[in-house]
Design a protein around this ligand. Structure first.
Ligand code: GLN
Length: 532
């Protein structure tokens, strides 16, 4: 019998609902339950794949190639699971599948309505996760904030779901904000009262309220929320700001949240295993030295666009007993002669991206890293720019480029494969998800992985153009990873360098707390050795 937990958010967005849901998942997993996660996104896009990073933040890619919300990244990292396309459901997917069924005649004779057709479809998606992942517990996070028009069908669906499954099998957790007013030294509960009021109007009575606060939750605030929101005082849980998100499960545990959830859901377990997590967190918090990495990108004002990279730094830092400081450098600011901006860092990373803005700045940063022996990691677009840089400045292929930025370049060292050229639709048509990569033993990557066959996640349209492989290799480029089935170049390296690796895939998506990605781990280690 699967148990279901629903997490909703109130007052405003960006309160860390994803981290809260992921933390609860981590805690329940530590008690020996098989936990799966589901994220509902109330927007009409089928997936976030076609959205701008400013709109959406990072697009997280699952093993099976789904382009999903960045919360799935938190779930994978906290719960230690690999998720799939069915773990992220958008309003767009729900509506399009209901409309397809209507066209097939599956509702013949009836009028299609939000209730029951849309809400039934939503509930079926929750059951699908329970079935596919054979979960003891499914935690579903409803995106958006209570009160949004878009999230209404989802809230209605989870209300009905609770009615059908019964009280002992479902649980509602609401995350809100308690603003602190310094002039009177008080935590205000009114916004929470209002947002819980909205939830109860729809028929959802939360079992727990998680209160985001800057300062410790007072007895008064707790009892006021309990009284006005109809929640037992002990189930009003403090969720205080922390510097390190991996501390959140430990904070919840201090409030005895796991036991309380288990009690409500009639679950019991003797296991308890957050010890290693706790040790790992204190390792991060107590790291004495710092290593400085420059991230040269084009969405640097929007750190959420690089979420998994930031997390992969944390994991790699812990493995090396060092804190990773990342300096966010706007690629467009690296104009000719401005490379000096990078000299105070010990390592340089160029992340993925789309479109031509900032490309020349990234290429300058890469040249600086290559020529001045700065440890370098290039990811996806970062790899493509590394190939362009090498072609232009080492192999003397003047004006070499990717056809994404210059369709008429004389040396298209990065280009579309013939099968990609035929594709017209933009949604879900890139090379997506996990592919095999054969790694060259005697290389930076080979030493990092310690294995010759690895699987890594992709999200790109363009590829290394094999026409130029021989010329570039003869000029000194090392091809350190290949996708054997199609002979595609997946990793390039500069051999005569302390550490220079660039990958067509995204290593950051598979880095986990106590299992740092080997390339990030070795990149950070190499950067620590860079003396300025
Ligand atoms: N724009 C490049 C491509 O589509 C790189 C994509 C990326 O960095 N994720 O191939």
């Amino acid at each position: 019998m699967t148990k279901y937990i629903f997490v909703t958010g109130g007052v405003l967005s960006s309160l860390g609902k994803g981290i809260a849901a992921a933390s609860i998942g981590a805690l329940l997993k530590s008690r020996g339950f098989k936990v799966s996660m589901l994220k509902f996104d109330p927007y009409i896009n089928v997936d976030p794949g076609t959205m701008n990073p400013y709109q959406h933040g990072e697009v997280f890619v699952t093993k099976d190639g789904a382009e999903t919300d960045l919360d799935l990244g938190h779930y994978e990292r906290f719960v230690g699971v690999d998720l799939s396309y069915y773990n992220n459901v958008t309003a767009g997917q729900i509506y399009s599948s209901v409309i397809e069924k209507e066209r097939r005649g599956e509702y013949l004779g009836r009028t299609i309505q939000v209730i029951p057709h849309i809400t039934d479809e939503i509930q079926e998606r929750i059951r699908k996760v329970a079935r596919e992942d054979r979960a003891d517990i499914v935690i579903t996070e409803v995106g958006g904030t209570v009160g949004d028009i878009e999230s209404l069908p989802f809230l209605e669906a989870i209300r009905q779901f609770g009615l059908k499954e019964g009280k002992q099998n479902t649980l509602y957790i609401h995350l809100t904000l308690l603003p602190y007013i310094p002039s009177i030294g008080e935590l205000k509960t009114k916004p929470t009262q209002h947002s819980v009021g909205r939830l109860r109007e729809i028929g959802i009575q939360p079992d727990f309220i998680l209160c985001r606060t800057q300062v410790p939750l007072t007895r008064q605030a707790r009892s006021k929320i309990s009284l006005f929101c109809n929640v037992e005082e002990e189930n009003v849980i403090q969720a205080i700001d922390v510097d390190n998100v991996y501390e959140v499960p430990l904070r919840f545990e201090r409030e005895n949240l796991t036991e309380k959830i288990m009690k409500k859901l009639n679950l019991s377990s003797k296991k308890e295993n957050m010890k290693e997590w706790e040790e790992w967190v204190s390792k991060i918090n107590n790291a004495r030295s710092e290593v400085r990495i420059a991230v040269v990108g084009k969405y640097v004002q929007m750190k959420d666009a690089y979420k998994s990279i930031i997390e992969a730094f944390t994991h790699a830092g812990a493995a090396n007993n060092v804190r990773v400081y990342s300096g966010w450098i706007e690629a467009e600011e690296i104009v000719d002669g401005a490379e000096g901006k990078l000299s105070s860092f010990q390592g340089i990373l160029v992340p993925g991206g789309f479109g031509s803005r900032g490309i020349e700045g990234k290429i300058r940063a890469i040249r600086f890293a290559r020529e001045n022996n700065y440890p370098f990691l290039g990811i996806c677009l970062g790899m493509q720019c590394s190939v362009i840089e090498f072609a232009r400045n080492v192999a003397h292929l003047e004006d070499a480029n990717s056809t994404e930025f210059d369709p008429l370049t004389p040396y298209p060292v990065i280009d579309l494969l013939p099968e990609q050229k035929k594709i017209k639709d933009k949604g879900g048509t890139m090379r997506l998800g996990e592919y095999e990569c054969r790694v060259k033993k005697d290389s930076f990557s080979g030493r990092a992985y310690g294995r010759e066959v690895v699987y890594e996640r992709h999200r790109h349209r363009y590829e290394f153009n094999n026409t130029y492989r021989k010329i570039l290799e003869e000029a000194g480029l090392r091809i350190a990873g290949i996708y054997p089935e199609k002979d595609l170049v997946e990793i390039i390296e500069i051999p005569d360098h302390p550490w220079f690796v660039a990958t067509q895939f995204h290593p950051e998506f598979s880095s986990k707390p106590r299992l740092p990605h080997p390339l990030f781990r070795d990149f950070i280690r190499a950067a620590m050795e860079k003396t300025l």
